[in-house]
Design a protein around this ligand. Structure first.
Ligand code: TYM
Length: 336
């Protein structure tokens, strides 16, 4: 059976980008067709300046949102990364497989490090090594597929390189995984700056739709989205990034294609207004049941704990043999 692994880091409130780029596939397809593991990758939230209490709160909230969005613990395994030590055990071996040049070439590292430095801060070493930990997350479970948004594709490519290199040097140990990107909304853009990704840890929030935003807030954010000059609705991400983003979002919510939607709005000649209004309503309807279920789960935190406990136990059992095999393969003496 196909094995799937993916995760979200609790570095901020989950966004519409996280949902359309990742969670939606996990809920609608992945958990039904494969042995799927979904992880709150909390160690990854420590790579930039963080508040310990906030990370704890967001970890719990992210796990609740996994359930609220429709992940079913009867169908898939849900757990928190730091509850399973195999991730960090394996990460070190992969640090001994990767090169520093490889790490410094990662786009996310370059962007985030530049942002930290521009803000007068220092760059944590873990920000540089973070993709290696991500590779360990995936390789520990022998995952075949990694469903992610477009911004994580480079990290999955690195994971493939590390798996192949390790296997070649030390013998067949890891499954070489592949990234699976959604066909629409693989990169949802910020509504106020449609040339940059909608990111959960950005400071300016007016262009970001959070999964737990109230309906009126969602409407306001989408109605105020930056569109392009002109009023003709066309799907052209280069020339009209704002409109293309709305079309991608609407397509992601409705299962339609952005090009088909563009043709319809263009024929109607209703300009950007109708597109914004319909997109806002589609997102409100998409998020309504998630918010409601999340509120119910908050009233019963024991339920989330039970799911995470069982998930970590299963995850440990799956990861340990692979990580033990990697320890032996690389030349470490087994415990006597
Ligand atoms: P993170 O937490 O930034 O994002 C979680 C998932 O959401 C996707 N995503 C988006 N998709 C479309 N449009 C957007 N604007 C958008 N923003 C985020 C991301 O591509 C991702 O799929 N390093 C990862 C977490 C991670 C991981 C892993 C993922 C750690 N270990 C192992 C898969 C497998 C990250 O920071 O994602």
């Amino acid at each position: 059976m196909t094995r799937i692994f993916s995760g979200i880091k609790p570095s901020g409130h989950l966004t519409l980008g996280n949902y359309l780029g990742a969670l939606r596939q996990w809920v609608q397809a992945d958990q039904h067709r494969a042995d799927a593991l979904f992880c709150v990758v909390d160690l990854h939230a420590l790579t930039v300046d963080h508040d310990p209490a906030r990370v704890r709160r967001l970890s719990r909230q992210t796990a609740s949102l996994f359930l609220a969005a429709g992940l079913d613990p009867e169908l898939c395994t849900l757990f928190v990364q730091s509850h399973v030590h195999e991730h960090t055990r394996l990460s070190y071996l992969l640090e001994c497989t990767a090169t520093d040049g490889e790490m410094r070439r990662m786009i996310q590292y370059k962007e985030k490090a530049a942002r930290e430095r521009a803000g007068g801060g220092s760059v944590r070493l873990s920000l540089l090594t973070y993709p290696v930990l991500m590779a360990a997350d995936i390789l520990a479970y022998g995952a075949d597929e990694v469903p992610v948004g477009d911004d994580q594709a480079q990290h999955v490519e690195l994971t493939r390189d590390l798996a192949e290199r390790f296997n070649q040097r030390y013998g067949a140990t890891f499954v070489v995984p592949r990234a699976v990107l959604p066909s629409v909304a693989a990169r949802v853009m910020d509504l106020q700056d449609p040339t940059s990704k909608m990111g959960k840890s950005h400071a300016e929030t007016s262009g970001i739709v959070y999964l737990l935003d109230e309906a009126d807030v969602v409407r306001k954010k989408i109605m105020r989205a930056v569109t392009d000059s002109g009023s003709e609705v066309a799907y052209d991400p280069e020339a009209q990034p704002g409109v293309a983003n709305l079309l991608e979002i609407l397509a992601g919510c409705t299962g339609r294609k952005p090009l088909d939607l563009a043709a319809e709005y263009s024929t109607r000649g209703s300009g950007y207004g109708a597109l914004k209004k319909d997109t806002a309503e589609a997102v409100v309807e998409l998020l309504r049941p998630i918010r409601e279920r999340h509120a119910q789960l908050c009233a019963d935190p024991g339920q989330v704990d039970d799911v995470l406990r069982a998930g970590a136990e299963r995850a440990r059992g799956l990861a340990r043999p692979t990580v033990d095999a990697a320890y032996r393969a690389i030349g470490l003496l087994p415990p006597v």
